[in-house]
Ligand binder design. Structure first.
Ligand SMILES: [Zn+2]
Ligand SMILES: [Zn+2]
Length: 293
């Protein structure tokens, strides 16, 4: 079975308010990301995309070959909504994020001067690093910042497509791989639930899928000896699983240790200290090669 929790703006606001109390050091970051994620969910509510169709024959091939349902560049982006959201994201960054403010203004100016965003979206979906790099150079914006703005603008279309596609997964045997069954990207977080259940969350389309507890999603090894975790007593709802085999880590939310409403994209941004701790222990992010990082 697949799991798809659909979040609304109010859920994000509630989740952000709870986190702000719990982790005041992240208040500024939360202010920015709360606005960003609310504008993405609001945009998603307004878009209309015809579901991607996959034939039974193709579905059988994908399942047999352990291939995801689509390639990331198959995602359908509603261009009008993504362009509008791009401006909103830039405006939000200008007022709430010092680090991004200058680049946001540069991108807004470029859009006013007829920058063709339509060419940017496929570059990012195809993870064409060279083309993003070239575009970033021309715009005089850091490459990862440009990728962040473009991805943030496409995120509602990507999530909607993934939700629509997830119905196909219910027709297949349970997916046991460490990469996303929808788009093949690596997970950004994992979630522990009651009765030892564990899910991974895709770093690109945010689809969530159940996997075995001891599986390292990055090297596919299932070995409780090499797959360990650390956590701190002060925030025992978080664990960081580390793999001695591939030296990667994945941040994990233990849902059995908290009653808070968990909105995964917010959890990802308020746990930067855990990334640092994992790095200090010699482990690297499983998203290291991702164009979004
Ligand atoms: Zn995915
Ligand atoms: Zn591993």
């Amino acid at each position: 079975m697949t799991q798809n929790t659909v979040f609304k703006s109010d859920d994000i606001k509630k989740a952000a308010a709870a986190l702000r109390k719990l982790r005041p050091a992240y208040s500024e970051i939360l202010d920015f990301y709360e606005k960003l994620f609310v504008s993405q969910e609001d945009s998603k509510d307004q878009i209309d995309i015809a579901p991607i169709q996959i034939s039974d024959e193709m579905l059988a091939i994908k399942a047999a070959e352990k291939l995801p349902l689509i390639n990331p560049d198959d995602f359908v982006i509603e261009f009008g909504a993504a362009s509008k959201l791009c401006k909103t994201v830039c405006e939000t960054a200008k007022s709430a994020n010092q680090h991004l403010a200058q680049s946001a203004q540069t991108l807004l100016d470029a859009i006013d001067n007829d920058l063709d965003l339509k060419t940017m979206f496929p570059h990012l979906l195809q993870a064409s690093t060279a083309q993003i790099e070239e575009a970033a150079k021309q715009l005089n914006i850091e490459q990862n910042i440009l990728a962040f703005f473009i991805y943030s603008s496409m995120n509602p279309s990507i999530k909607l497509c993934a939700e629509q596609l997830s119905v196909y997964l219910d027709r297949q045997d349970p997916w046991q791989q460490g990469y996303c069954p929808i788009c093949g990207n690596p997970p950004v977080l994992s979630i522990l639930e009651d009765e030892g259940k564990r899910s991974l969350i895709c770093s690109f389309c945010w689809h969530s899928w159940p996997v075995k507890r001891g599986l390292c999603p990055f090297c596919d090894r299932h070995d409780s000896k090499s797959f360990n975790y650390f956590f701190s007593e002060e925030e025992n709802e978080y664990r960081v699983y580390t793999c001695d085999n591939c030296k990667k880590y994945i941040k994990t939310i233990d849902n059995t240790k908290t009653d808070r409403l968990i909105y995964p994209p917010l959890e990802q941004v308020v746990t930067l200290h855990l990334d640092m701790q994992a790095n200090q222990k010699g482990f690297e992010s499983g998203l290291k090669e991702s164009i979004l990082i």
